[in-house]
Design a protein around this ligand. Structure first.
Ligand SMILES: *Cc1c(COP(=O)(O)O)cnc(C)c1O
Length: 430
């Protein structure tokens, strides 16, 4: 594909930014080639600076459930910006956001807004350690919870793609407080609790593992994790930065009947602006400053632009959910997965896929993909070829097999047909 402007833009960016990007997966490390530079987005589509149009399944890594430049989100942003972009003093918008989040996610009684998912998980862990007085946290191999030091251990896609199992710069003493076990394996977790239970402050999990593809929890698994944590006096933290307001209006926890002590949010909650949040049981959140002694702050936290975009997106979602939006998104994802597995079968290439709510995963692996070991065994070369064929046919998937793909409310019948045709054409020339 001809992309002289993106190529020039990437060369220029590489001279002044690490790898030419502000977040590693954007550099196409896992699939090779030059990333296309975005010029603008509209609804389900992205346009690059060379004039190509792509049906977008990246959607700012899942943030844009209402697609690009949704008129109501843009209007809310304009109105908020005209009144001032940040005050550093409380606003009623922040309370409206907190009221909406606590009503949509009942396990969250009290919530604190931050500026990214990373801040949310980092703060939730600090709080869990303070509440329990214990030093360690359990995470699952292949789950990503942002780039805080203690969470950069077996952290999935971006890190795996770069081949950095643990990042240099993370002190060994910090990494040692993070204990990891395989996803979808209750016995391994039970065994860990038997050995180290007294030291474990919290278990943090992506209820659907979206940073190693889209790996679904097996029946009873999440409930089992919650039960084990409770039995051993550890907090159960659902990291719903990706799944929140995406797999269901109330997040994965509503879908799987969970009652986490703490929840972390990001992506969709910001409507495309930098936002994160953490919240949960009132008694635990009471430890957060200034109510309690656990320090956590933010100059721009809860700023009016972020709150306006987030609130508008969530209000639109609440209405659309009543009309079956999440069921429609899931049917769309299933149809894409079917087209993918059908095409694979036709040409004799082992493939596997999964879909839930507004996210799905496509693997060049015979399946089932149930943990990080399976996900990593998938064929990277095949995915890279498939990814570039899809781009040539005007469909932008996430540039790694180990990243979920995302659907917006504006992906309709025409977009599904376009995707199915692109898949067939891509397999025909793999
Ligand atoms: C994206 C993500 C994060 C990190 O959020 P940032 O806003 O990128 O810091 C944390 N947890 C999960 C599950 C994520 O998908």
């Amino acid at each position: 594909m001809e992309m002289p402007r993106s190529q020039a833009a990437f060369e220029r960016a590489k001279r002044v930014m690490p790898g030419g990007v502000n977040s590693p997966v954007r550099a196409f490390g896992a699939v090779g080639g030059t990333p296309f530079f975005a010029e603008r987005g509209e609804g389900a589509y992205l346009y690059d600076i060379d004039g190509h149009r792509y049906l977008d399944y990246i959607l700012s890594w899942g943030s844009l459930i209402w697609g690009h430049a949704h008129p109501e989100v843009v209007r809310a942003l304009r109105e908020a910006a005209a009144k001032g972009t940040s005050f550093g003093t409380p606003t009623e918008l922040e309370t409206e956001m907190a009221e909406l989040v606590t009503s949509l996610v009942p396990s969250i009684e009290v919530v604190r807004m931050v500026n990214s998912g990373t801040e949310a998980t980092m703060s939730a862990l600090r709080l869990a350690r303070a509440y329990t007085g214990r030093p360690c946290v359990v995470k699952f191999e292949g789950c990503y919870h942002g780039h805080a030091d203690s969470l950069l251990v077996k952290a999935g896609s971006g890190v795996a793609t770069l081949g950095l199992p643990d990042s240099p710069g993370v002190p060994a003493a910090t990494a040692e407080t993070t204990l990891t076990v395989p996803y979808n394996n209750l016995d391994a977790l039970a065994e860990l609790f038997t050995r180290r239970g007294e030291q474990i402050a919290a278990v943090i999990i992506e209820p659907v593992a979206g940073n190693m593809g889209c790996v679904l929890p097996e029946p009873g698994y999440l409930q089992g994790v919650q039960d084990l944590a409770r039995r051993h006096g550890a907090l159960f933290i659902c990291d719903e930065v990706m799944t929140g307001f995406r797999v269901a209006l109330g997040g994965a926890q509503s879908r799987w009947g969970l009652d986490p002590d703490l929840t972390t949010l990001g992506k969709v909650i910001g409507g495309g602006l930098p936002v994160g949040a953490y919240g949960g049981r009132r008694e635990i959140m009471a430890l957060v400053a200034p109510e309690g002694p656990v320090y956590q702050a933010g100059t721009l936290s809860g700023n009016p632009l972020a709150m306006a975009a987030g609130l508008t997106s969530l209000r639109l979602l609440a209405n659309a959910a009543a009309d079956g939006l999440f069921e429609r998104l899931e049917r769309f994802g299933q149809a894409v997965v079917e087209a993918f597995t059908e095409a694979g079968r036709r040409v004799g290439v082992p493939v596997w896929g999964s879909a839930v709510g507004g996210m799905f995963g496509l693997f060049f692996h015979a399946g089932p993909v149930r943990d990080y070991q399976d996900a990593r065994a998938a064929d990277k070369e095949m995915y890279a070829r498939f990814f570039h064929r899809m781009l040539e046919h005007g469909v932008a998937l996430t540039p790694s097999q180990l990243e979920a793909k995302f659907i917006s409310a504006l992906h309709g019948e025409a977009e599904l047909a376009l995707t199915q045709e692109a898949i067939d054409a891509a397999f025909a020339s793999l």
